[in-house]
Design a protein around this ligand. Sequence first.
Ligand code: ZN
Length: 388
Amino acid sequence: MRIEYCDTTLRDGEQAPGVVFSMDEKLAIARALDAVGVQLIEAGIPAMGFDEQQSLRMLVDAGLRADVVAWCRADHHDVAAAAGCGVGLVHLSVPVSDLHLHHKLGRDRAWAMMAISSCVRDALDRGLRVSVGLEDASRADDAFVLDLAGRLHELGVERLRWADTVGMVEPFGLRTRLSCLISAVPTAWEIHAHDDFGLATANSLAGVLAGATWVSTTVGGLGERAGNAPLEEVAMALGRLHGCPSGLDTTAFRALACLVARAARRTLPPGKAVVGRNAFTHESGIHVHGTLKAPSMYEPFDPSEVGGQRRFVLGKHAGRASLRHALHQLGIAPDDEKLGEVLEQVRMRTTTLKRPLRPREIRDLYNSTLMSVDKLCDGSGLADRTRR
Ligand SMILES: [Zn+2]
């Protein structure tokens, strides 16, 4: 099954608290997403005004293979603004839960049906391709969502987004509910998951198992509150755990995540799945020993698949194999009989520093420990040893 990606780093991602992308950053991110091979780049909200419209026009003119999508509310002014940006595809979003309809808009389900239908017709009349996002679908009445989805499909909407806007569903329930909807309304469905309970990737996979052929993602999961489903996690998990090859250039994932993190002025967490610096870093002696023999013992896939690097660090949990490897990397052929003493020093030093040792520190520690041991052996270092 072919899964397609609508990446919304430039729209939902930029809605993350405190994040602003400059035009140059937007262009660089869009080009990088395009090179990776995502099919759609949801790039902004024309109703926000001149600057946002300018950046959308710039991306439309950038000659990308991916289609640039403008995000709109169910509002005719939004549709007109999107049409003015030169995009070929608009995404119209409408709240579908009573909670959102009542509290945000003071409206009801009948209004939602009427307003979105009218805007869809408007956009189609302007020659635009149209997708619709069912905002807060996970907290909506499924019968209403089914009615609305059927109506939108009849109108000619090419894709429907089932949005778990506040991350309020778990994968098992999601799969059951979305399966019913997808079997009843035969159009292209997209799963849009948020990570408020840390389930965005799992929910995206569940959406695909329910029959969705599109996944909405952001790079590194950047997005409002706890963020969105991360592109790199979803693509690798679908490919590796469900046999759905992404068709994307996954080798660019690490560089793409670093690019977006820099533009967002955020630090990419070291332990971030797939693209974090530590995603393929090994410290524990047992793991290093195993990984040196057969990397698949302690790695889900080769780091080169996502542009990452395997690293071994010498920290508190190091073992003889790690130490031997670290010294070999420094061009030192260690004396096996002295490794135990050196390892003891490594553990003491890393416990004090609360971090792994750097290459120069490893070399210095090895040399100084050997010197102490040698002195001890010939009797001259006894005083030093007792002082330690
Ligand atoms: Zn969202």
